[in-house]
Design a protein around this ligand. Sequence first.
Ligand SMILES: Cc1cc2nc3c(=O)[nH]c(=O)nc-3n(C[C@H](O)[C@H](O)[C@H](O)COP(=O)(O)OP(=O)(O)OC[C@H]3O[C@@H](n4cnc5c(N)ncnc54)[C@H](O)[C@@H]3O)c2cc1C
Length: 453
Amino acid sequence: MKESYQTITKDSQGWEAVRKGFAEATHGRYLPPKAILACHSPEALQEALSFVQKEGASFCLRSGGHNYEGQSSNAPGGYIIDTAGIKTRKWLGLQKFRLGVGLTQVEMVRYLQKFGQAIPYATGGTVGLGGLVLGGGAGLASRTWGSVAHHVTRLHCVLADGSMRWFNGDTPEGKAIMSAGGGSIVALAEVEVQTHWKPFLPIFFATWNAADALKVLLALDGDGPDSDSRLGFVLRIGTDGTVALFGQCNAGGYGTARKLLKKLLKSAPIPTMSKVVWLPHFLASNQFFRVNKQQPNGWHAMVGNQLFKSSSAITTQRITPEIAEQLYAIVLSHPKLKTTPEEVSMVQLLIGGGAMWKADHQHIPYHDSRVLYQLDGYWIDPTDKEAVLEWVASLRKAMAPISVGSYVNYIDDSIPPHERSHRYYGEAYDQIMIIKKQLDPQNFFTHSHSPKP
Ligand SMILES: Cc1cc2nc3c(=O)[nH]c(=O)nc-3n(C[C@H](O)[C@H](O)[C@H](O)COP(=O)(O)OP(=O)(O)OC[C@H]3O[C@@H](n4cnc5c(N)ncnc54)[C@H](O)[C@@H]3O)c2cc1C
């Protein structure tokens, strides 16, 4: 049979760049793969899987390559099956589209905006649709429209038995596949999505002095999740004294955005700056992707050899003043680094609520969360690594009394293996395992963070 995937080996030009994923910190951790099987179509993906199955070789799947622990680059002596080349873009009529898993967020915005359409996007411009949607996926539009997975009407998958199948997004199979995290039940090639008419988008920003950080954190953790669901927003508290809110208003224009932002901030201190800008959607999204021709990796850009460690803590109750104080004290005690990375270590609050709380999201792990705390540390000099890892771990520990779980799209090796299934999947775990046993009884699709019996 003619090979329809491209085989890239260490003798191929550009091997080093191609085999590396986004998470620079993980690159030295795993032994290199034998080859990368680059797929540009669902059929090529099917052939690549059949090949590794026949060889009995280890493999991992990759779309955008942003897995935080480098799982999509981890196939020692085996194969990375790269689906980044599956870039299907097809209009199916009305507000329906077929999209390939290899599309990045920037590519999706650009394509859908030709039709004035949108779905919720991740805030990282180069994040792949594949990994994002397989973990449910949430973005700045999710408080209004729901998760990324909620917009998927059909999934085009290659199963462990080698067959290719379409599943409807609202079936038990479709729901479990899009809750279990990437590389866990099937290989995904394409999805069909239902979109929203949104050619223009008001976006907003607000900043405060560092002295107000704690008050802002308590105000937005407290009121944010119950605020008007037309708003989607994130609060960032950086170790450099940054206290910044950014977000978008997903229904209504400039006036609505101004009014809702004012209401949202009523219990917070007066910002040093606040502004609303009404832009064509693709330009608005680019503000969050921070698209820059010299540095196209979005705002978590890996500059030079910049490294990062990320963790997360999901809450379903308000943060207490004591925990907030402890958290902020840790932010302030960030270790002094030998080389200062461009990205700032931070605690970032991704505010939940709105459409995510609705009953039709029950299958998504922790859909009822109030806040997803993202805990990110950056460094460059290898001798700074341990101190930053410890700093991130201490943030996670501080959140432990109120944290109910962790986000499967922010996987974290410091969560002990026996705790992972519970922490990532919560109450959705049993249903995920029922579907996993049906579709992949031999556990063909597996990695160190995938759901285990
Ligand atoms: C800058 C940045 C911003 C982010 N912003 C957000 C955000 O706003 N919202 C959010 O929800 N998440 C966000 N994330 C997290 C992101 O959603 C996850 O890291 C996601 O898993 C990345 O998907 P990927 O395709 O780029 O990664 P990959 O590393 O390619 O894949 C992730 C996982 O899916 C598996 N996989 C990949 N392709 C396939 C396939 N075709 N079939 C089956 N399994 C596959 C991989 O093996 C891996 O386990 C962000 C990440 C970054 C780095």
